[in-house]
Design a protein around this ligand. Structure first.
Ligand code: WT7
Length: 702
């Protein structure tokens, strides 16, 4: 009889057989000739012999108030500490230090979703004025102090980076919650971070509709109260300054329009506070294996050095460039590669309020043409959507990209090629950047002028980082063997999160629990576990195949199965729920929910109740594509729900041997029900990628 290991080996072998290694594609000489980083010596400087001192090169891109004495303190793994003894301020580094030479340079060109509305063009000097005045207001009116946490729930408006930088100026840790998340999700994050101030906006545009956002603040405050946290002030930025765009009432002596009170602080200046390198700059919540999102805490010195270095070398932004990252600042991509990295290097960026396909899929290319964007940054899900909705659109516009980034999920080689040939017109270097909320910045990618592109593989480890693929027993899987395993990083780097806010044990467990030699004080014994499965080619290039934990990556956003399930369980008729990923051509994965009902309840409203509950509790991005009502869920004899079995059914793959289950008969019944419904609606995946099969196989049970 085959044991567990044999089974894994067979499937890994099969995957290898199906994967054709793609050919290298080299950047144009035009690109190489102008790049910031085209010096091959950089590999030696960042080589293992020069670790960890190599990261000085990134830290030296910053302005320090006090230089550090120790590059890496690794005496208490995995709580690594970078640039110890150094002091700096992130707001100073992103704004003030550019004033002398580049005060008049554009920091942001903000583009409204409404095409007829004028841009807002903000120079570094104007940004400095806004940040100072708002910092003065925060200090005086909101009473925030160094060391506090403040929650933000803002859409894509210039006031969002202004707010982040004003808080950073004061040494207050910000926690921006993605604007599309629900009020209740925001409330939970307020509780976890113990924030007493909420900063939000009254409204923003989504696909042409001005959405009321203030109502979410009321829900968030309500939810926070249930969790024992009283929000003392809600500061509301107006979408149209001087005018209210919400019908939600402002609560007396709690809610204030910033635009009404900022006038009092006109001309005020606030000295940036000099902070130790390990002062927490921000929290960013992300999903994991439990229902409770994790507050990833990022440092000031290590994080800022890492995003500045990677922006300079990998985004390769030059002073004359126009850079546009189409992500939302509410995700880590926006924090690192719209706000902190680009501002720290003094870049001119585009900030876009809207969605890429409104009013039509030509919108991004019109913006690029009009503003002269030459560096473009987006996610595979957006590329797939634009390709489907307007395959020939890019050719109609006269823009010229020299560099294009993709981020957030694996990109299929055919999608990569459309991006390269059609969007980039065969001239732009494509940089596939693999990283996570936890890692602060890129961990696997290519230096665009020095390392060739390989469609579908992100590239080797980023400078100074040594990735390694480990099997379940902790043995190294040799590059080029074609076998998949757990993607790990063997050494610490400055951008990595410091801890999970309020839960250091969970931090150690989640990222180091699997392989670390717990008694060792050597960093070499503490590989960082990404939670992704992947392979490594002989050339060192990594190909991520998907999550190995119970996380579903929907359009580049992580959703925990537990989070989805606990939201579904708020519907009182539901007895049990299991969330699994289903393959989706545009979004990569979409969640499907399997639920069994309590005895004797009416099933007619269940689907809409579950979808509604998930949208309200987490946000519309988490809305399941299907809700399947079943008499029971497949379980092991010890009572664990076998998500792998139902995920196989949802994706039309073989469910494998189910005879050892406690209730094998239910599998056939569910399969019949789900697959015949899917056949009827034509929702049958044509070509299920091998990586998806692999992901299903690893999908958790409990
Ligand atoms: C997970 C992290 C990093 C910012 C956006 C998402 C997947 C991310 C890639 C890529 C293949 C990728 C991984 C990772 N992922 N980038 N270039 N190729 N997979 O941040 O929400 O923390 O998600 O996204 O599975 O673990 P996140």
């Amino acid at each position: 009889m085959a044991n567990q290991n044999d089974k894994t080996d067979v499937s890994e072998g099969q995957i290898a057989a199906h994967w054709k290694e793609e050919e290298f594609i080299f950047p144009t000489t035009g690109f190489v000739g102008q790049a910031n980083m085209a010096d091959p010596n950089v590999f030696e400087r960042f080589g293992e012999d020069n670790y960890p001192e190599c990261f000085r090169e990134y830290a030296d891109l910053l302005s320090w108030d006090q230089y550090w004495h120790t590059t890496l303190d690794s005496s208490n793994p995995p709580f690594f500490n970078w640039f110890v003894g150094g002091k700096l301020n992130a707001s100073y580094n992103c704004v003030d230090r550019h004033l002398e030479k580049n005060g008049n340079k554009v920091a942001f060109t903000w583009v409204s979703e409404i095409e007829e509305e004028p841009d807002r063009v903000i120079s570094y000097r104007e940004l400095w004025v806004m940040v100072n005045e708002f910092a003065a207001l925060l200090k005086d009116f909101a009473g925030v102090k160094t060391g506090d946490r403040v929650t933000l729930h803002m859409p894509m408006v210039p006031e969002l980076p202004v707010t982040m930088l004003a808080l950073a100026r004061l040494g207050v840790t910000h926690s921006q919650v993605f604007g599309g998340f629900s009020g209740s999700a925001c409330g939970d994050r307020i509780v976890d971070s113990e924030s007493h101030i909420l900063i939000t906006s009254d409204a923003y545009y989504r696909s042409g509709t001005l959405l009321d956002h203030k109502s979410k603040a009321d829900e968030a405050v309500e939810q926070a109260k249930k969790g024992g946290i009283e929000v003392k002030k809600v500061l509301v930025w107006q979408r149209y300054p001087g005018k209210s765009s919400t019908s939600t009432a402002m609560k007396n002596s709690r809610d204030y329009y910033v635009n009404d009170i900022i006038g009092k602080y006109r001309g005020h200046r606030v000295e940036p506070i000099s902070l130790p390198a390990d002062h927490p700059l921000f929290l960013m919540y992300t999903s994991g294996t439990t229902a409770k999102p994790k507050g990833c805490q990022h440092s000031t010195g290590g994080y800022l050095a890492y995003v500045t270095g990677t922006t300079q070398y990998y985004q390769d932004i030059r002073p004359e460039d126009v850079y546009w990252c189409m992500a939302d600042i509410g995700w880590i991509t926006g924090h690192s590669y719209i706000v902190y990295g680009p501002l720290s290097v003094g870049a001119s960026s585009v900030l876009f309020e809207g969605v890429p396909n409104y009013p039509d899929p030509g919108r991004p290319w019109r913006i690029a043409e009009r503003l002269g964007v030459n560096i473009f940054h987006t996610a595979p899900t957006t590329i797939r959507m634009l390709r489907k909705a307007g395959p020939d659109e890019p050719a109609k516009y006269d823009y010229n990209f020299k560099h294009m980034t993709t981020v957030g999920e694996p990109i299929e080689p055919e999608v990569w090629r459309w991006y390269y040939d059609v969007v980039g017109k065969g001239k732009a270097a494509v940089v596939d950047t693999y990283w996570q909320t936890e890692t602060g910045g890129f961990i696997g990618t290519t230096l665009p002028a020095l390392e060739p592109m390989k469609p579908g593989s992100c590239g080797p480890g980023a400078l100074g980082i040594v990735p390694v693929i480990l099997d379940d027993d902790g043995n190294k899987i040799e590059p080029g063997s074609g076998k998949a395993g757990n993607v790990c990083m063997s050494n610490p780097w400055p951008g990595r999160m410091q801890t999970i806010y309020g839960d250091p044990d969970r931090f150690v467990d989640t990222y180091y629990g699997k392989y670390a030699k717990k008694d060792s004080k050597k960093w070499e014994d503490w590989p960082y576990v990404t939670g992704d499965g992947g392979t490594q080619g002989e050339d060192g290039y990594i190909r991520v195949v998907g999550r190995v934990d119970d996380v579903i990556n929907v359009a580049g956003h992580r959703l925990g199965t537990k989070e989805l399930e606990s939201a579904a369980l708020t519907v009182s008729e539901i007895g049990e729920a299991a969330a699994v990923p289903a393959f989706d051509e545009l979004k990569g994965r979409v969640p499907e929910l399997y639920v069994s009902l309590k005895p004797g309840v009416d099933s007619s409203e269940i689907e809409s109740l579950v979808k509604g509950a998930i949208s309200t509790i987490i946000g519309p991005i988490a809305r399941p594509s299907e809700v399947w009502i079943t008499s029971d869920l497949p379980k092991t004899r010890s009572g664990k729900i076998m998500r792998r079995v139902i995920a196989s059914i949802s994706n039309f793959v073989d469910v494998g041997d189910v005879t050892t289950l406690a209730n094998p008969e239910v599998v056939e019944e569910i399969k019949e029900h789900v697959q015949s419904a899917k056949f009827k609606s034509g929702n049958v995946p044509k070509d299920l990628p091998e990586s998806m099969k692999k992901e299903i196989e690893r999908f958790g049970e409990d």
